[in-house]
Ligand binder design. Structure first.
Ligand code: EPU
Length: 441
């Protein structure tokens, strides 16, 4: 049965919250386990449906997996399988990251094209360009990317696209380059902490990569890698969401197991709206929300710029800020599906091309809303925490993809929030059976 989150707004959140490992670091790291036969172990893995799905995909590709107590064990046994089918890849874009490791280690890979998603078009041309620059023969046929790695040779790869570098594109090309003979240089590589985490894992496996966290990666190919054991970096997007939970509820929250240095752009912007921060060491951050938040303009950009994944949660906060804020989306120009839902809650947000104009309002008023994507779902919950009355957030499967025990962590901070099962209402067309079918035809 599906679930919804029921939120009673008006509580100032208070207390401590432990941040989980990063989904977007963990998924490419899990895929990278295919680079070596044997048992790779990842710790600090968040409990998410996307992680469970990646386990299923790795099982299909010849690994045995075990996922318990925030640890994933991946034992790669059969290295003969080279096809990742559409049924699995279409459910999660990050599964495309198995292509690079399979190409490098198994000499061949066929992975279904992931297609578009709720954020817009999302092509994979940069991934393909990178594989070709390393000498792979790549065809796109019948919905699959087919890559042959019999002539791989280190090369010069430029990974910049119209929206900047590609995060999973960098991960994919990097995981091929580590086992490719010769030296590969990746220019305009993504600098996100999730890519840095993958570089650290690969080097621990025996790869020779220099420049992790910079736009220029230099990789000296090696002939073999060994499995490894490593912990996943804290999730900067989950952390940012809890920062915003403190900000929007006038709360006082201390985040633990966090990397404040990964949150620079968010901290800078929110400070100017009146949020107070105390950085207490390398992994603790106290956030105190303002009585009357001020507006601010934000523009999403590749790291270390403002993250697109925090655009919709930040917009929820800006709906209650005094004045007018302009939110410019430079990574996914169509990532604004949440605006109509925010306006149902009493927000006054207008879309203009790749910009949203947010006019701050005195109060939001709870109502039923639908999560349009993972981060929009989190933004709706935040808005519900600050709204009068009750907000019900539907289509929760989006939120479950990327937030480990979201409602449990919020409830521990004092939020009145509950996960409730519900019976979906049958639509008139469903109830009318054959008659309905005939009408539709
Ligand atoms: N792009 C291209 N060609 C490509 C690849 C990307 O033009 O071949 C464009 C995209 O259309 C987009 C921009 O480049 O405009 C950046 O896309 P990128 O490839 O960096 O995105 P991604 O790797 O598919 C990851 C995260 C996303 C996050 C983006 C941007 C994972 C698993 N996903 O996606 O996370 O929004 O980077 O930071 O790492 C989320 O967690 O909610 C989420 C969507």
């Amino acid at each position: 049965m599906p679930h919804k989150l029921v939120v009673q707004g008006g509580v100032k959140l208070n207390g401590r919250v432990k941040i989980s490992g990063a989904k977007n670091a963990c998924l490419p790291m899990m895929a990278a386990s295919l680079l070596a036969k044997g048992r790779t172990v990842l710790h600090n893995v968040p409990n998410l449906s996307d992680v469970r799905l990646m386990c299923e995909i790795l099982e299909e590709l010849g690994a045995k997996t075990k996922y318990e107590n925030n640890t994933v064990e991946i034992d790669v046994q059969d290295e003969s399988i080279t096809v990742a089918p559409y049924e699995l890849v279409s459910e999660m874009r990050a599964s495309f990251c198995v292509l690079g490791p399979m190409l490098a280690r198994r000499g061949h890979a066929e992975v279904a094209m992931p297609g578009g998603c709720v954020l817009g078009v999302r092509p994979v041309d940069l991934h393909i360009k990178g594989f070709r620059a390393l000498g792979a023969k790549v065809d796109v046929e019948q919905g699959y990317v087919r890559a042959d790695g019999s002539t791989l040779q280190g090369g010069h790869v430029f990974l910049g696209g119209p929206m900047g570098p590609s995060v999973t594109g960098t991960c994919n090309v990097l995981t091929t380059a580590v086992l490719t003979p010769g030296v590969t240089i990746i220019e305009e590589a993504a600098c996100e902490p999730e890519v840095q985490a993958l570089v650290e894992m690969l080097n621990q496996m025996g790869a020779k990569i220099q420049g992790g966290g910079t736009p220029r990666l230099v990789i000296e190919g090696v002939s073999e890698l060994r499995p490894t054991e490593i912990s996943v970096v804290p999730d900067r997007i989950e952390a940012g969401t809890f920062v915003l939970a403190a900000a929007i509820t006038e709360g006082d929250i201390t985040l633990e197991g966090v990397r404040p240095d990964h949150l620079g752009a968010l901290i800078d912007k929110l400070r100017s709206t009146g949020v107070k921060f105390e950085i207490n060491g390398p992994d603790s951050l106290r956030v105190i929300g303002p009585k009357e938040p001020l507006s601010v303009d934000i523009t999403t950009l590749p790291y270390p710029g403002f993250p697109t994944d925090l655009q919709s949660p930040t917009m929820a906060y800006l709906m209650k800020a005094k004045g007018l804020s302009v939110v410019t989306e430079k990574i996914y120009p169509d990532r604004f599906m949440h605006i109509p839902e925010y306006n149902r809650l009493g927000g006054t947000v207008r879309k203009e091309g790749n910009m949203a104009i947010v006019y701050g309002v005195e109060r939001l008023s709870g109502c039923p809303v639908k999560a349009t994507d993972l981060r929009a779902g989190a933004g709706l919950v935040l808005a519900g925490l600050a709204a009068d009355h009750t907000t019900e957030v539907f289509d929760l499967y989006h939120v479950d993809r990327g937030y480990d025990n979201f409602e449990g962590k919020l409830a521990a901070l004092g939020a009145k929030i509950e996960r409730v099962e519900f019976l979906p209402r049958r639509r008139a067309a469903d109830r009318s059976g054959d008659a309905g079918m005939r009408r539709a035809a």
